[in-house]
Write a protein that binds this ligand. Sequence first.
Ligand SMILES: N[C@@H](CCC(=O)N[C@@H](CS)C(=O)NCC(=O)O)C(=O)O
Length: 208
Amino acid sequence: MARLPVKLYTFPLSGHAHRVRLALALLKVPTELIEVDLRAGAHKQADFLKLNVFGQVPVIDDNGTIVADSNAILVYLARHYGNGDWLPNDAVGEAAVQRWLSVAAGPLAFGPAAARLITVFGAGLHAEEVIARAHKLFAVMETELTRQPFLTGDKPSIADIANYTYTAHAPEGNVSLAAYPQLRAWLARIEALPGFVGMQHTAVGLAG
Ligand SMILES: N[C@@H](CCC(=O)N[C@@H](CS)C(=O)NCC(=O)O)C(=O)O
């Protein structure tokens, strides 16, 4: 039976959802975008909770296979559609990628992504604290990227995809990238990959 496009349940300003959209685009997987109206609470309705008990985007439906959580989806897509690229099979290579997926779910989420939640969505978080956390992370990434063009080596992987969006959009949360030339060059390398698609910009913070 002919395969249908992968359905991506998304929200245009969600960096977590964008990382999946970017992966689908780079892997050239036909995609149907289904917008979930987070502002109207559609993600907490029974129909959506059946797809993701956590009531969050992103979720994909790949011809009946439902996968929720952005990093879990990146692993699924890399294994299913990546032809061995994007997620190495060897133990050391896979662990190196997982390390950066943990960064995306940890310091990236609680640093630059959280800073952007304040300016884009009005979240009641402590700006100074999350901005400081973002700079601490970016200083480490800057050092790592002086040694190699992508986070895990010479080739891009889902580690780069997972960390791209909230880094690129950090200025929206008042986190300047001016002090990080290697980080900016890395963003440009990802943006130059065939099929790259960006996330909608929001004119707030330093991006205002
Ligand atoms: N760990 C999840 C986090 C996803 C997430 O935080 N999604 C946000 C949008 S960026 C969301 O749906 N928020 C609504 C909510 O948590 O109620 C993932 O990586 O997919």
